[in-house]
Design a protein around this ligand. Sequence first.
Ligand code: FES
Ligand SMILES: [Fe+2]
Length: 321
Amino acid sequence: MEPIDADYGLLVDNLLDLSHETYLHGGHIGTPEVAETPITTEVDEGAGIVRVSRHMDDAECPPFYARSTGISGRIDRWQDIEYHTPCLYVLHSRVAPTGAVPAPDGGDPEGFHTEITYAVTPSGDGKVYDFWAVSRDWATDDAEVTEFLYKNNRTVVMQDVDARYGDRVRIVPEDESGLLDLASVLDDVAPGTLVYCCGPGGLLDAVEARCPAGILRVERFRPKEADVQAPAGPEFEVVLARSGRTVAVPPGVSVLDAVREAGVEVLYSCTEGTCGTCETEVVEGEPDHRDSVLTEEERAAGETMLICVSRCRGRRLVLDL
Ligand code: FES
Ligand SMILES: [Fe+2]
């Protein structure tokens, strides 16, 4: 999966018009024939499916297939796309030595069949999670072929990202370049820069330790180790500023659960202080922050708190609820 800053429609357009393989993905999947061979297109309105086919006879075999199948000569290469609106895309790919045709009963012993699937999932305005998979019907227990196809397809996906953002994006794959040199990206950031970081806990901790104060935004999928003790702590009370009601928060119960129990509708998701959904304005009182979202400066300011895990340093909090 790759998170990509692009509208899902743009990505679908890119996948439906594979002629760009020739210009962008040479050395991987692009050959001259892809751009030169006309396509046929069929739209099934009822089923919400668009089918795009390109059948190339006597074509060059690109490295993606030559190295994984072992075919050394020219090939017949078929690309049959099924796009299920809005977001599911499957490319049925067949390559075979030139002249080999499937049998009337559907058997195709000389053909190598690959299913390349993209589940392009919008994750926000102009953002997608690009889930992709490459499956095949040959050498299925050959781990080297699996690794080769995985790496190649990922490179192809990232070439599209590169092409969209040009020199504004630099991709540093760990398997090619080793661990990211944090000093080179964090020690000399221009004024006004914000750093967004998402990934394994070790990376986030290292970036937090190195990043200048106040400019880092992280996305964690697990709470920070030191903060998991929530919701232990003594009882306190929460005053709901909008209604004036007071709710007791006993030990072992979160503010979120206490206010929901009292019938207040609150937005929340992770309940472990990592997503930021339950962030609530503090009108009075001193929060005991236990989340993995707020920066040190935001914690010190005490203007908001994550009520699914954070508690109170004193006996009373007034919240904008
Ligand atoms: S619900 Fe996710 S941080 Fe509180
Ligand atoms: Fe592409």
